[in-house]
Design a protein around this ligand. Structure first.
Ligand code: SF4
Length: 464
């Protein structure tokens, strides 16, 4: 699937407070490093201490921003967003940052995640409140608009009431805020920039790209405020269960990012080694479905003492197939995306490592491509356990019906994808590979136990 991602639903957020610097330009390059987290739309809002301006459009960052519109976003504070929609349509009104007006002044709001109590929060809004967008993000922003007290008070109140996954960067005309849900489902890290500057971003690779220094992850339930007085941190609801999404390690994050010092690349490499121990096979070569499965395949090859080869070349200009969430577009994306390297595959017994199988629409095509290129055997190895349950926390796999592993045994899946053998990494092997404790991660789609989702959610969607 690293291949052709049919597992989607991330967004990228960034926030910059950098006196003396062009914060919009820094946000642009930070978002460039986060483009993999969302390709439907992107936007940047910037403030100069007096005025807040924004620009957002549908499409990729590089197509949206140019020197002219970046120059108009002058100021030393900015927030930016790259979006993939899980709630709310893929239309420009849902693009972020959202710009809102409160009695405290304008603010810009950029969200990664998905709420599980949007309806409940929406019902608390005044009857006169008009929602322009169709996303849960706007409901959260309106809760802040309708709150009372300082911006910190309003955000604290939101954190006390909002359930689900949310990592948010928010700026006013002269302050930057960032906060993370009390379970820490989506990542958000903090760095320093220059003299007295701060940066927050979904992943550490964005910090490295702009030359910021990584400091730490925001804690689950933490709010930070950066102003002329420096950085202030407030903990709201401390002690909730920490539950970073496991799929950040498996697939979402860039391999050059790290979470709390744990390298994503090395976690994936260890997953591959463990997979080789759990599912060895007589073979000639090991290859990855590019890109996110590459470290896992290198790990598998090292453990199995087999050569690692490039078996598929990815057309990098097509982009992730979640440009369109429609199923038929996803299928077409697979056909456009890869070409086999026949010289590495012909008459070879091939182990092909991928990071997950979600709907099972991509893998059969890949197996077929390898056979057409002359592979004598194709052994599929998946560096995650079967995805048996939907995600309610912002990843686009919402029903049991669409998950192949929820409806078929491993042997049935092997037959459907046309592989000679199929092996999935065990849950224990996955957890051990990350270097984190099992109870510090969300494993909901693998186990059916979610950190913060009301029981009705799970029961409503359970298979009959
Ligand atoms: S249910 Fe799965 S995809 Fe969703 S947040 Fe949890 S681990 Fe991530």
């Amino acid at each position: 699937m690293g291949s052709v991602p049919n597992l989607l639903g991330m967004c990228g957020v960034a926030g910059i407070y950098a006196p003396g610097h062009d914060a919009a330009r820094l946000a642009f390059f930070a978002l460039y490093a986060l483009q993999h987290r969302g390709q439907e739309s992107a936007g940047i809002a910037a403030a100069d201490g007096g005025t807040l301006r924004s620009h957002k459009e549908m499409g990729l960052l590089g197509a949206i921003f140019d020197e002219e519109n970046l120059r108009e976003l002058n100021g030393y504070i900015s927030v930016g967003h790259t979006r993939y929609s899980t709630t709310g349509s893929s239309i420009v009104v849902n693009a972020q940052p959202l710009l809102e007006q409160s009695v405290l002044g304008d603010f810009a709001f950029a969200h990664n995640g998905n709420l599980t109590n949007t309806d409940e929060l929406r019902e608390t809004l005044s009857p006169g409140v008009t929602l322009q967008a169709t996303s849960d993000s706007e409901v959260m922003a309106k809760v802040i608009v309708e709150g009372s007290g300082s911006m910190m008070d309003r955000i604290t109140s939101l954190l006390e009431r909002a359930r689900g996954a949310y990592s948010i960067a928010l700026c006013t005309k002269d302050e930057l805020y960032a906060f993370r849900d009390p379970w820490g489902v989506r990542p958000l890290c903090l760095g320093t920039y220059g003299q007295g500057g701060y940066v927050v971003a979904s992943e550490s690779c964005a910090l490295a790209t702009i030359g910021a220094n990584y400091v730490r992850e925001l804690k689950p339930g933490e709010i930070i405020r950066v102003s002329k007085d420096g950085l202030e941190s407030v903990m709201v609801r401390p002690g909730e269960k920490t539950a970073l999404c496991m799929f950040e390690y498996i697939y979402f994050a860039r391999p050059d990012s790290n979470f709390s010092g744990e390298s994503v690349y090395m976690a994936r490499y260890r997953m591959g080694r463990e997979l080789a121990r759990e599912y060895p096979v007589e073979a000639d070569v090991v290859m990855a479905v590019p890109d996110s499965a590459i470290p896992g395949a290198i790990g598998y090859a090292a453990e199995a003492q087999l050569p690692y080869v490039e078996g598929l070349i990815k057309n990098r200009y097509i982009g992730r197939t979640f440009i369109s969430p429609e199923q038929d577009m996803r299928s077409r994306g697979v056909h456009l995306k890869f070409n086999p390297v026949v010289e590495n595959l012909n008459q070879q017994r091939v182990v092909v490592v991928d990071d997950s199988i979600v709907r099972g629409t991509t893998t059969p095509r890949i197996v077929q491509l390898l056979r057409e290129a002359g592979a004598s055997e194709v052994h599929v190895r998946i560096s995650s356990p079967p995805i048996m349950h939907p995600c309610y926390l912002g990843v686009d796999m919402a029903t049991y019906d669409e998950l192949i592993a929820a409806n078929h045994t491993v042997e049935e899946i092997r037959q459907r994808i046309g592989a000679d053998s199929l092996g999935y990494l065990s849950l224990d092997g996955l957890v051990a590979s990350t270097g984190r404790k099992r109870d510090e991660m969300c494993l909901g789609c693998l186990t059916g136990t979610y950190p913060n989702v009301p029981a009705w959610h799970a029961s409503r969607a359970a298979p009959v």
